[in-house]
Design a protein around this ligand. Structure first.
Ligand code: UDP
Ligand code: MG
Length: 315
């Protein structure tokens, strides 16, 4: 028989003391009859304030496949995923939620596609019944706007749950930016991609960590990380205002010359105010464009800080 395929599960956890037990049991049950797959389970404790870390350490005592990366505080799911993917040593890597909303058995279908030669296999949510109507509508809008203005189109109804070949993981690990909108980065690196369908169940235990406000900010982060169009709008606005003011100025001047009825000074002041206003908008737009680019690249802070790694290979 061939050597087993090494699979790394990357599991970000934030206050998930209730869900971890269910997750581990489900993973065990799913993979127990699959000796062709050698598992590595990387939990990233993203600054949990409940007993998540203690639960993980207890689990690890009886399961040497578990690696725990304890971050110094809550850095957010994107940073936690980045940490996990950087530490993962598998030939294939699968980010997966701990709440069993990404069913582990779907991974076999993904692996089958991977064996067919695909480097990325997306988990495509066939329905979003487990999401609220509000979340579905706003998600839909987000994808529409994003895919209109961004150079990196995102596939709707695809989350972070996906299989990635080592090549893809290496590519991701090379990306230096500290604003980590993972869905965007995943899409940006490209590679030969396909998808498998799955139905997304309800969360097994605990509560969602993403409320409306967090999702709103997440959407803004997504759009601004991959597009500078929002800044460019001001440039266009400036051009339009300048053009209008130019024609209006022309009209005022003509009126003064032909009819000569305007208040003295009115024409010249209006022309100056409107035209300069337009020019200023263009200026701000151009500045904003460059400032935006610099801003994105200049924050050289690390993406996350690790307090401790419990056991397992550290690179
Ligand atoms: N998560 C995290 N850090 C955070 C928020 C969430 O590591 O700041 C993890 C969380 O523990 C879970 C996954 O990200 O494993 C998905 O979170 P959740 O189920 O709350 O999101 P939803 O499915 O509601 O979009
Ligand atoms: Mg969830």
């Amino acid at each position: 028989m061939n050597d087993p395929t090494k699979l790394s599960l990357v599991v970000p956890v934030f206050n998930e003391e209730e869900a971890i037990g269910f997750f581990q049991a489900q993973v065990n049950e799913t993979f127990i009859h699959h000796p062709e797959i050698q598992l590595e389970i990387i939990f990233i404790n993203d600054g949990s304030t409940d007993s998540t870390l203690e639960k993980l350490i207890a689990l690890q005592k009886s399961d040497s496949r578990i690696v725990i990366v304890d971050l110094s505080r809550n850095f957010g799911k994107e940073a936690a995923l980045t940490a996990g993917i950087q530490i993962a040593s598998g030939e294939i890597v699968v980010p997966i939620d701990v709440d069993l909303q990404d069913p582990p058995e779907v991974i076999f279908a993904m692996i089958a596609k991977w064996r067919d030669g695909y480097e990325v296999v997306l988990g495509y949510r066939q329905n979003r019944d487990s999401d609220s109507t509000m979340k579905r509508i706003t998600a839909n809008w987000f994808y529409r706007i994003n895919n209109k203005i961004s150079d990196t189109p995102l596939t709707p109804n695809v989350g972070d749950f996906r299989l990635m070949d080592r090549k893809v993981v290496e590519a991701l690990n090379q990306l230096p930016e500290s604003s980590r909108f993972m869905k965007g980065l995943f899409a940006w690196v490209g590679f030969k991609t396909t998808h498998v369908n799955y139905t997304r169940p309800q969360r097994i235990a605990g509560k969602t960590k993403f409320n409306g406000w967090k999702l709103w900010n997440f959407a803004i982060e997504g759009i601004t990380s991959f597009s500078t169009s929002p800044l460019r709008i001001w440039t266009y606005l400036g051009i339009i205002v300048s053009l209008i003011s130019f024609f209006w100025a022309f009209r005022i001047i003509i009126r003064v010359v032909i009819l000569g009825i305007d208040l003295p000074g009115y024409a010249s002041i209006m022309v100056a105010v409107i035209f300069l206003g337009g020019l200023q908008l263009i200026g701000i737009g151009v500045l904003g464009e460059y400032l935006g680019r610099t801003y994105l690249e200049s924050k050289r802070r690390p993406i996350y800080l690790i307090r401790q790694v419990y056991q397992g290979p550290v690179k």
